[in-house]
Design a protein around this ligand. Structure first.
Ligand code: PGA
Length: 241
């Protein structure tokens, strides 16, 4: 199987210039194994992080982008601007965007198209809420989000992140068997199942990463809280080989 593992840190609304030393420490771990290592800091830090990471194996990404390339959109950031600042990936449709900003799958799809046009690899997030899982709707919800969020006919290296909403930032993780089932299901829904990387996210920690990363259809992790701690993030990276 030719899918390279991807360990991605999602810093969310954390990080100041005084935190840039993190990248010097991370560079050692990013160069060691076979996994690709990505950090998505707030967009205010992208340029400085890119300078700091020059010559290292660390990749950088944004956390969201607008659908347009330029225009009168106060407060928004275009995909091409993220690319210009040094990003090569962008997280899209994270559940916090879907809930805090009422982002629909069709908006996520338009953003993914803009990201691809700007030369960024979108990491499209999907995942059910606790109520949806308890109601037995998890697979239908994820199928609908995938169907609505992925641009047609992409063989572009788009990345999917399965993040059950109830596992994000809660310390709860889906069981390995639930993750295995959902990832296998997601793969059946992808236009390019053999090459598309499907990450797991939701309270990934050093203590659970090895079991999750060993699953056949898990091609890496999207890590929130633990990506802010260099020791925790480094040990998660190490589980990916
Ligand atoms: P968490 O966040 O690891 O803190 O649960 C994951 C995410 O939201 O991407």
């Amino acid at each position: 199987m030719s899918r390279r593992m991807l360990i991605a840190g999602n810093w969310k609304m954390h990080g100041l210039r005084s935190d840039l030393g993190f990248f010097d420490a991370l560079a050692v771990h990013a160069g060691k194994g076979n996994a690709e290592v990505l950090v998505c800091p707030p967009s205010t830090l992208l340029s400085a992080a890119a300078e700091r990471c020059a010559g290292t194996a660390i990749r950088l990404g944004g956390q969201d982008c607008h659908t347009g390339a330029t225009g009168a959109h106060t407060g928004d950031v275009a995909a091409v601007m993220l690319h210009d600042a040094g990003a090569r990936y962008v997280i899209l449709g994270h559940s916090e965007r879907r809930s805090d900003h009422a982002e629909s799958s069709s908006l996520v799809c338009a953003k993914a198209g803009a990201a691809l046009a700007a030369g960024l690899t979108p990491i499209v997030c999907v995942g059910e809420t606790r109520e949806q899982r308890e109601a037995g709707e998890a697979f239908d919800i994820v199928a609908a989000q995938l169907g609505g969020s992925l641009p047609a006919a992409t063989d572009s290296g788009i990345v999917i992140a399965y993040e059950p909403v109830w596992a994000i930032g809660t310390g709860l993780t889906a069981s390995a068997s639930d993750v295995a089932r959902m990832h296998a299901f997601i793969r059946t829904r992808l236009p390019e199942p053999a090459t598309t990387r499907v990450l797991y996210g939701g309270s990934v920690k050093p203590g659970n990463a090895a079991e999750l990363m060993a699953l056949d259809d898990v091609d890496g992790a999207l890590v929130g809280g633990a990506s802010l701690d260099i020791d925790a993030f480094a040990s998660i990276i190490a589980t990916a080989g």
